[in-house]
Design a protein around this ligand. Structure first.
Ligand SMILES: Nc1ncnc2c1ncn2[C@@H]1O[C@H](COP(=O)(O)OP(=O)(O)OP(=O)(O)O)[C@@H](O)[C@H]1O
Ligand SMILES: [Mg+2]
Ligand SMILES: [Zn+2]
Ligand SMILES: [Zn+2]
Length: 636
C-alpha cells in the first residue's frame, strides 16, 4: 500500500509541470538558451521517442526504440521504417510533407501505435525537456516565432540557428495590429501542454457517413451568432478554429480508417501535408505544422492504390505495412498484456496456456514453407529465435523468408484469440484455464465463425491439432521433470559429464574415472546413449561433438554460461536420457489405476513440485497428470 502511495506521489510530482507565461520578449530568451523549443512537430515526436532510449542490435545494427518496448511486440520492422520517416522529416527532408499511412490486417497494433505517440506527447510536453510555448491568445496555439517578420528571419537563422517556418494565423495577425499595436515584443506567450481530452495538440478524425459529415469537423467553421457583432464573415473573430486540424497544430493528427473518408476530406489533407496549409472559409491559407498519421486495412488500401484518381494523394504518402507479429514469445507478451488489463478475478491461468494459444495464432499467419524438410512448426521455432531446429539454423531464416512478403498479413488476430481465452474464463464454475481449455475454446470460436470459408476453418482446425501435438511434448516434459528432486542439477551434472567425455574424445586422451580416479578412455557408451536420443548416427557423431564443442568455446569467449538449455538439441537429448533412466517409475506411477501407498506418496510429491516449482495450481496439476497418463498409456 505504501509503495503504491509513493508511486502516486512521484507520479503527481513529475506531472506537476510548471506553467509559464510571459511576453514574446521573454520567450526569445528561452529560445536563445534552448533552440529546441522551436522545433517542428515531426522533430518533437522523433525526440520524444528517442528520449526513452535507443538500443542498437549488435548483429543487425538496427535501432530498437525502448519507447515502444512495453506495449508493442513483434512489429519491429514497421517501427524501424516509421522511425526512419520521423528522422528524415525532423532533419527537414521533404518526407515530412507526406502523410504517414500505416496499413495492415485487423488488430495488428496500428491504433496501439498511435495511442502510444499520443500519450507520449502528453507526457513529453509536461516534462522540462519537451516544453512547448504558444502565442497565448491564438486559437491554434501557434509558434510564437511566427511573429518574427520575414525580413529578419535570415539573421535569426545565422544568429540562433533557428529556421522559422510559417505565418501568423488570421486571428493573431489581426490582434498584432489592433490589440498589440504591432509591438511583437508585447504579445503574450504561454507554455502549453498537449492533451487529447482538452483538444490541445492532438486531433483525431473518424470518417462517418459522408453525407452527414461536414468538412468543418476538420477545419473549423464560421460562428454565425457572432457575425452580427463583427460585421463580416471574413472577420477572423467570427471564425471558430476548432476543427481537428486546428486542434492538432504543433502535434499529431490521427486519421482513422482514412480511406473510408470522402474525397473532400482527403483533399484537405493533401494541402495540409504538401503545403502545410489549411484552407479555411474565407481566409487565405492558414499555416499548420502537424504530423498526420493515417491507418487503414489492406483491402481498402489496395483499392485506393489501384484507383488512378488517387495518384496525387498516393504520391504524398509514406506507406508502412504493419503485419501481425510472427514470434510466439512476442505474441505471448501481447496476451499477457491484454489479460492483465481485464478482470478475471482469481481464475488461474495454467502454465503454457498463452504459449499454446500464441503458437496457434502464429501458425495461422505463416505461409506454408516451400523448402524441403522445413515444416510449419520448425519455421515457427526458427522465427522465434531457436538456434538449432533439426536441419536448419538462424542463418537460414533470411532464405526462408524469401518470397513470403505477404506473410503476417493474414491469419488469426490477437483480438480473436483473446476473446476466445476470455470465453474460457467466463465458463460457469471455471477455476483455472489450461492449454486444452484455451485450444478448445479457440476451436469452438472458429467453428462458429460466420466470416470464414470452409477451407479456412479446416486449415485452422488442423493447426490447432498441430499446436496440441506440441503441447503433448511440453506436458510430458513438465511431468517428467517433476519426478526429479532437482531436475536442473541432475541435468547439469549429466551435461558436464557428457562434455568432459566429448572433450577427452576430441583431444584423444584419457580422463579420470569419477569413482576410482583411475585414468580411463572416454565413456563411449554414455555419449552414444545421449546422442542416440536425438538421432545422431554413428557416422554423424564426430560432426555433432565438434559442433557442441565449438558452441561451448563460443560461450566461453563471450563469458556466457553454457548450460543444459543452451543448445536445443542437446537439451532434448539430456532430458530424454534422464527421463529414460526413470521411465518405468514415471510410467507406473502416473498411469496406475490403483496406486499403492508409495506411489500415492510420489504422486503427491509430483503435484507439489508442479505447484511450487512450475506455477501450477491444484486444479491444473491434476488435470496435467491425467492428461499425461493418457498419453503414456497410448505409448507402447
Ligand atoms: N504487436 C502487438 N503488440 C502489442 N499489442 C498488440 C499488438 N497487436 C495487437 N495488439 C493489441 O491488440 C489490440 C488490438 O490492436 P489495435 O487496436 O492496435 O489494432 P489495429 O491494428 O488498430 O486494428 P484495426 O484495424 O482493427 O483497427 C490492442 O489492445 C493492442 O494492444
Ligand atoms: Mg485500429
Ligand atoms: Zn494564431
Ligand atoms: Zn491452474
Amino acid at each position: 500500500m505504501n509503495e503504491l502511495l509513493d508511486k502516486l506521489d512521484s507520479h503527481a510530482e513529475s506531472h506537476k509541470a510548471e506553467g509559464w507565461s510571459g511576453t514574446f520578449r521573454d520567450y526569445l530568451s528561452i529560445v536563445r538558451a534552448n533552440p529546441r523549443v522551436g522545433q517542428l512537430a515531426h522533430a518533437r515526436i522523433y525526440e520524444l521517442v528517442r528520449a526513452a532510449g535507443v538500443e542498437i542490435d549488435p548483429v543487425t545494427g538496427v535501432e530498437k526504440y525502448l519507447f515502444f518496448q512495453k506495449d508493442l511486440f513483434g512489429v519491429d520492422e514497421a517501427l524501424t521504417q516509421i522511425m526512419e520517416y520521423f528522422k528524415a522529416a525532423s532533419l527537414g527532408s521533404d518526407v515530412g510533407r507526406r502523410i504517414l499511412m500505416i496499413y495492415g490486417p485487423p488488430s495488428s497494433g496500428k491504433s496501439q501505435f498511435v495511442i502510444l505517440l499520443k500519450r507520449g506527447l502528453e507526457e513529453y510536453t509536461r516534462a522540462p525537456e519537451g516544453a512547448v510555448y504558444a502565442i497565448a491568445d491564438c486559437p491554434m496555439h501557434e509558434e510564437p516565432l511566427h511573429l518574427v517578420p520575414h525580413s529578419i528571419r535570415p539573421e535569426f537563422l545565422s544568429e540562433f540557428k533557428i529556421h522559422i517556418e510559417g505565418e501568423l494565423c488570421p486571428r493573431c495577425a489581426m490582434n498584432l495590429e489592433n490589440k498589440y499595436r504591432n509591438d511583437i515584443y508585447s504579445v503574450p506567450v504561454k507554455r502549453i501542454f498537449f492533451s487529447e481530452r482538452e483538444r490541445m495538440g492532438i486531433g483525431t478524425f473518424v470518417p462517418a457517413d459522408p453525407k452527414s459529415q461536414d468538412i468543418t469537423e476538420l477545419v473549423g467553421s464560421i460562428d454565425l451568432s457572432t457575425i452580427g457583432e463583427y460585421g463580416a464573415e471574413s472577420d477572423p473573430r467570427a471564425y471558430r478554429f476548432d476543427g481537428e486540424l486546428n486542434v492538432a497544430n504543433r502535434g499529431l493528427m490521427e486519421f482513422i480508417e482514412m480511406l473510408k473518408a470522402d474525397e473532400r476530406f482527403l483533399y484537405v489533407l493533401l494541402t495540409l501535408s504538401q503545403e502545410k496549409n489549411i484552407k479555411t472559409g474565407r481566409f487565405p491559407l492558414i499555416y499548420a505544422d502537424e504530423v498526420v498519421v493515417a491507418h487503414t486495412n489492406e483491402t481498402e488500401f489496395n483499392a485506393f492504390m489501384a484507383d488512378k484518381k488517387s495518384e496525387a494523394l498516393q504520391d504524398r504518402m509514406i506507406v508502412v505495412r504493419m503485419p501481425y507479429n510472427l514470434r510466439v514469445s512476442a505474441e505471448q507478451k501481447i496476451y499477457d498484456k491484454l489479460l492483465r488489463q481485464s478482470k478475471f478475478g482469481n481464475i488461474h491461468v495454467a502454465p503454457h496456456t498463452l504459449e499454446l494459444a500464441s503458437m496457434f495464432a502464429v501458425l495461422t499467419r505463416l505461409e506454408e514453407p516451400k523448402i524441403k524438410g522445413l515444416t510449419l512448426i520448425k519455421k515457427m521455432r526458427l522465427y522465434d529465435g531457436a538456434e538449432d531446429v533439426e536441419g536448419f539454423r538462424q542463418k537460414d531464416v533470411k532464405q526462408i523468408k524469401e518470397g513470403t512478403e505477404r506473410e503476417g498479413m493474414d491469419g488469426i488476430s490477437p483480438r480473436f484469440v483473446i476473446n476466445r481465452i476470455s470465453a474460457a474464463f467466463t465458463r460457469p464454475g471455471a477455476k483455472c484455464v489450461n492449454p486444452i481449455d484455451a485450444l478448445r475454446s479457440i476451436r469452438e470460436g472458429i467453428e462458429g465463425h460466420s466470416g470464414m470459408t470452409k477451407e479456412q476453418k479446416e486449415r485452422y482446425i488442423n493447426l490447432i491439432a498441430d499446436a496440441r501435438k506440441e503441447y503433448d511434448e511440453i506436458a510430458r516434459t513438465d511431468v517428467q521433470k517433476a519426478f526429479f528432486v532437482s531436475f536442473e542439477n541432475e541435468a547439469q551434472a549429466l551435461l558436464d559429464n557428457y562434455l568432459d567425455n566429448v572433450e577427452a574424445y576430441l583431444d584423444d586422451r584419457k580422463l579420470p574415472d569419477p569413482v576410482t580416479g583411475e585414468e580411463v578412455p572416454p565413456n563411449e557408451k554414455l555419449m552414444r546413449s545421449i546422442e542416440d536420443k536425438v538421432k545422431v548416427s554413428e557416422s554423424g557423431k564426430d560432426a555433432f561433438r565438434n559442433e557442441i564443442f565449438r558452441k561451448v568455446a563460443m560461450a566461453q569467449r563471450r563469458s556466457e554460461r553454457f548450460d543444459y538449455r543452451t543448445h536445443d538439441k542437446l537439451r532434448e537429448a539430456i532430458e530424454k536420457q534422464l527421463f529414460d533412466e526413470r521411465r518405468d517409475t514415471i510410467k507406473l506411477t502416473v498411469s496406475t489405476r490403483n496406486p499403492d501407498p508409495e506411489q500415492l506418496r510420489k504422486i503427491n510429491e509430483v503435484v507439489n513440485t508442479l505447484i511450487e516449482r512450475e506455477g501450477y495450481c491444484s486444479e491444473c496439476s491434476n488435470e496435467l497428470l491425467k492428461y499425461v497418463s493418457s498419453l503414456l498409456a497410448r505409448e507402447k
